[in-house]
Design a protein around this ligand. Structure first.
Ligand code: NAP
Length: 484
């Protein structure tokens, strides 16, 4: 495979929260990898900003440690790391105070592309946007990158959109959902819209149902206080799983450009039916020898926040009427696995005898742990013994088909940051999209609160509460096994 790294234009990237966990684990190592790949021009610069007092050398040492921790040894010789660190600077700033902004203004070049990454708690997004504008640090072409969570309900999301809009145009705002930066998610669009094979079948006539699972093995331990105010519905369904559903269900956009794609996603969200109570299962993990229960982690023995949710979602439009989308996500489950699985219908009539069994094609799109796709097709089992049918995978794992270099794809964050520099918003959420997602989510959460619904306890290391299995069983279907 030929490497096609196209260098971006000179830029100054300011990372607010440049000493935080996300910057340390994802953003800075990601930038380093883009530097190694040759995508960063000579004079690209990265400026960390946070309240802590630190000078340039101190920040370079901090980032050097992050690289040593998160980049494999074979990709970080001392010379390359030193060349990367040369580009780093730091300035102390309190997002809520007025000090430090003029110093930042002097550091940022007006002639380069300027991008400001808000890698701080959501309570500071508005403060930073307002001060960047007030202190004339941002230009009309500057970009801001806003982390999740984008609001906690429709009202707060609208308020945040309004505050950002006072200082920035929509074309400058990059609301990040790192799931959209995953290689396979983009491949889903390529498979759907660059092949003639799937699109004619991509509807309720040929697809029986779709399953989207994001399973984690980790608990909320350590961030139980934050999570308890959020829960799986706000933390995962409203954004990540919603985005995956949209890309699976949307109509073909007229072109692969930001507004065309986002218009189509928005139409899907607006076509989602309200979800009746009987189509939702909420859960909380119990305790086991390996760790405490959810309520112990959350430190609220009365907590009714869900660490697991499974739901059946119907889309009211011509393409999908009658084809449910089952969504499932949770903590402390059996394995870490994210996938979209499209279950096609069985053939309308089988010409083979009953012994051949029933078969259906399945397209699975794995986001983690190993990104890739496979399509299960039914063939004759080789050899004598009559017409015995068997399902085999047509494996579309990138590394096998395109060589080992293809397995070395950019991490979602690094790809998305480069999209920000290139000024491409296709893989970022638009304000109206986020609001529409909250407008669908809010009544569901309000219903739980009004009724005082309690989540079901599930065993750590399981697939979630029994009732989640029943959600599909009662429709004559089964969840795919959660496995790594
Ligand atoms: P974190 O580890 O708590 O880091 C917060 C950063 O913000 C620190 O650098 C902190 O440094 C700085 N900060 C705090 N108050 C500030 C202020 N008033 N003015 C300027 N800087 C301030 O948080 P994080 O985990 O990196 O998360 C950052 C954002 O990314 C959050 O919105 C989070 O929801 C989102 N996110 C994080 C992850 C992740 O894996 N960590 C994943 C998805 C989304 P000082 O205290 O020195 O100021």
């Amino acid at each position: 495979m030929v490497s096609r790294v196209i260098p971006v234009d000179p830029f100054d990237l300011v990372i607010f929260g440049g000493t935080g966990d996300l910057a340390r684990r994802k953003i800075l190592p990601g930038l380093y990898r883009r530097f190694v790949a040759g995508q960063m021009p000579e004079d690209a610069r990265i400026i960390g900003a946070a309240r802590g007092e630190m000078d340039q050398a101190g920040y370079q040492a901090f980032v050097g440690e992050a690289i040593a921790e998160f980049i494999s040894e074979k990709k970080r010789d001392a010379e390359t790391v030193a060349a990367f660190l040369e580009r780093l600077n730091y300035t102390p700033i309190d997002a809520r105070g007025e000090g430090g902004w003029d110093a930042l203004a002097k550091m940022v070049r007006k002639e380069a592309i300027t991008a400001f990454y808000f890698s701080v708690g959501p309570g500071l997004f508005g403060d930073i946007a307002t001060r960047l504008h007030k202190h004339k640090i941002a230009t009309p072409e500057s970009r801001i990158v806003v982390e999740k969570p984008f609001g906690r309900d429709l009202e707060s999301a609208k308020a945040l959109n309004a505050v950002l809009a006072e200082s920035f145009d929509e074309h400058q705002i990059y609301r990040i959902d790192h799931y959209l930066g995953k290689e396979t998610v983009q491949n889903l669009m390529a498979v759907r819209f660059a092949n003639v094979l799937f699109e004619p079948l991509w509807n309720a006539q040929y697809i029986d149902h779709v399953q989207i699972t994001v399973a984690e093995t980790v608990s909320v331990g350590g961030r139980g206080g934050y999570y308890d105010k959020s829960g799986a519905m706000r933390d995962m369904i409203q954004n990540h799983l919603m985005q995956l559903l949209c890309l699976t269900a949307m109509e073909p956009p007229s072109k692969f450009d930001p507004d065309a794609v986002r218009d189509e996603k928005l139409k899907v969200i607006r076509a989602l039916d309200a979800v009746p109570t009987e189509n939702i299962v909420r859960g909380q993990y119990g305790a086991d020898g390996d760790g405490p229960s959810y309520v112990e982690d959350s430190e609220d023995p009365e907590s009714r926040t869900e660490s697991f949710i499974a739901m059946k979602v119907d889309i009211s439009n011509w393409r999908w009427k009658g084809t449910p989308f089952y969504l499932r996500t949770g903590k402390r489950l059996k394995a870490r696995m994210s996938e979209i699985v499209v279950h096609f219908k069985e053939t309308p009539h089988s010409i083979f005898d009953e012994d051949a069994g029933s078969h259906a094609n399945i397209l699975s799109i794995r986001l983690q742990p190993d990104e890739g796709m496979d399509l299960r097709v039914t063939i004759k089992e080789p050899g004598p013994g009559g017409m015995r049918l068997v399902d085999v995978p047509l494996d579309m794992t990138f590394a096998d088909a395109l060589g080992p270099e293809a397995a070395d794809v950019p991490d979602a964050y690094e790809r998305l940051i480069m999209d920000v520099i290139r000024g491409n918003q296709t893989l970022f959420m638009r304000g109206d999209e986020v609001e529409a997602a909250w407008a669908w989510t809010d009544p569901i959460i309000e219903g739980w609160i009004t009724r005082g619904d309690k989540p079901k306890t599930y065993d750590p290391g399981s697939s979630g509460p029994e009732d989640a299995l029943m959600l599909l069983h009662r429709d004559g279907r089964r969840w795919r096994e959660i496995s790594a």
